[in-house]
Design a protein around this ligand. Structure first.
Ligand code: ADQ
Length: 491
């Protein structure tokens, strides 16, 4: 066992994701590297023990010159990162096009807006070619870093062809693939024109993981219905070759948040916020500004609440942090305008010279600011229309334990987190504005003992189902799967 443990400590983990955990910006002759906001980065920051981890991905910047590429590679190496360079056209077709305009809406049951639908269908073939080309570039970089015994962990819908390209380069490579979004019902998935090729490519991985059993089940159904393969309790079988498919619900690194709350910087910030909010209840929303997050629906529910409960006007406010993402995609630009318009209307209707009901920030927050907000607010509203998991709900729970009055988590039933934090949260259907308005009322009036009990339940979950445990379980299952497959071929 000790030997196994030592082996695991030494094991190298190549984490491959579309984006590196840092974004690079040119700064004169050098590079400014900024930590990026997002669920995958937050979760993988918690994976720091047990593996020697190396990140492989795109740094979010076009670097056409060889000199620039060399200096960026050097700067990133200091952070344990290896860049994949993508040119502007590939980024446009692969990332903005196929990933963000085709797979993302499809996997979240959103579909394309009517006016974009035909245009998207027409450009899908060339976008898919760019997608495959980008996946090939990732495969080459992974291969250049790979050493025998490494575990290669591919992440997300951007890299569905990567397992196949890696296995083409070395059939013995241990390859896992994890999807951070939902996998939709096979009835939705099968509308994708090139549905089979993606499924077949993913199936070359040794282990496939999802956040929930529902997503895993949807994937297995897609393989049986579209490819005619056999679904088994372990996964998908293709003429005797088994690909393991399972649920691995992600978590966060709760200690990072709990310890931050003990720092002077966060304590001071909490004090300032409490002074600023004094006498009022505060609700919080923290999302990437994305169509899946249900931000307009959340705002409409708050508007309805203020309308129906004049006694709460000027006594409750909503702090909505919305980090802009994918700003080049027209759908996201429309969403930004829509959100600004609703915020403006509500603030105009219910604000006064001395009071603003919605504090809306279009930017990323520093970690200490985020922790202080989580700790000092009374309710968090997570109203995603669909969400693979949703880590904001986990982070909020992690930051609520050190104060006397616990905050309430209002959580969409369409987030993966509803399956893990459902018992402690107030679950809502974000499509039902009236129901969300009712949940706001319940949350703001919830008696202390009930809040305590709900928080206790969720806190136990968040502190036991961590990002570290998630990664350990996935990688050890991947190792076991490969050993089992080798044993099967020997017999
Ligand atoms: P995301 O869609 O990015 O992740 P989520 O899981 O909520 O969604 O994570 C967002 C992360 O970004 C959180 O860690 C949060 O702290 C951070 N963040 C958000 N707004 C911020 C801001 N203004 N300033 C600073 N930080 C901010 C995807 C899937 C999710 C899945 C994760 C992980 O869409 O469903 O839970 O991957 O698998």
């Amino acid at each position: 066992q000790l030997q196994q443990q030592q082996q695991r400590v030494a094991q190298r983990l190549l984490v491959v994701a579309n984006r590196l955990p840092v974004s690079a910006i040119r700064d004169g002759d050098g590079w400014d590297l900024k930590l990026s906001a997002g669920g995958l980065v937050s979760a993988l920051l918690g994976v720091k023990q047990n593996f020697e981890t190396r990140w492989i991905g795109w740094a979010g910047v076009n670097v056409p010159d060889e000199e620039g590429r060399a200096s960026l590679t050097e700067a990133l190496a200091l952070k344990g990162c290896v860049p994949v360079f993508l040119d502007e056209d590939t980024v446009d077709q692969y990332y903005n096009g196929y990933c963000n305009n085709v797979l993302w809406p499809l996997f979240h049951y959103i579909g394309l807006p009517q006016e974009d639908r035909l245009a998207a269908t027409r450009s899908m073939d060339s976008q898919f070619n760019a997608y495959k080309h980008a996946n090939q570039l990732f495969a080459q970089v992974v291969f250049s870093q790979y050493q025998e015994g490494d575990v290669v962990w591919c992440h997300d819908y951007h890299l569905m062809c990567l397992p196949k390209f890696l296995k083409d380069l070395d059939s013995h490579m241990k390859v896992g693939w994890f999807l951070h979004t939902p996998f939709p019902s096979s009835e939705i998935y099968r509308t994708l024109p090139l549905r089979s090729e993606l499924l077949k490519a993913v199936l070359t991985a040794d282990l496939i993981g999802f956040h929930t059993y529902d997503y895993a089940r949807h994937f297995v159904s897609a393989c049986t219905r579209i490819l005619g393969l056999e679904g088994t309790p372990e996964g998908v079988e293709d003429h005797g070759k088994l690909t393991r498919v399972s649920a691995f619900p992600i978590g966060i690194d709760p200690d990072r948040f709990i310890q931050a709350l003990e720092t002077d910087q966060v304590k001071l910030h909490i004090k300032e916020l409490r002074r600023f909010f004094a006498g009022r209840k505060v609700m919080l929303g923290v999302d990437r500004l994305d169509m899946i997050k249900g931000i307009p629906q959340k705002l409409l529910a708050f508007e309805m609440f203020l309308e129906k409960h004049p006694e709460w006007q000027e006594n409750v406010l909503l702090v909505q942090i919305a980090v802009p993402t994918r700003t080049d995609v027209p759908e996201y630009q429309r969403l930004t305008s829509q959100v600004h318009e609703i915020v403006g209307r509500i603030n105009g209707r219910f604000g006064s010279v001395t009071f603003v009901p919605i504090h809306h920030l279009d930017r990323s927050l520093a970690f200490h600011e985020l922790c202080a907000l989580y700790a000092s607010t009374d309710v968090v509203l997570v109203t995603s229309l669909r969400d693979g998991m949703n880590l904001v709900s986990y982070e909020y729970v992690a930051c609520q334990n050190s104060k006397k009055t616990e905050g309430v988590l209002v959580l969409s039933e369409f987030s993966g987190a509803a399956q893990s934090l459902g018992a402690g949260a107030l679950l809502v259907n974000p499509w039902n504005i009236r129901e969300m308005c009712g949940a706001i009322e319940v949350a703001l009036n919830m008696p202390e003992n009930e809040r305590k009990e709900r928080q206790r339940h969720n806190f136990t979950h968040v502190t036991t189902h961590t990002a570290q445990a998630w990664a350990d379980t996935f990688v050890s299952e991947l190792n076991d799967t490969v050993v089992e497959a080798e044993l099967r071929t020997l017999h």
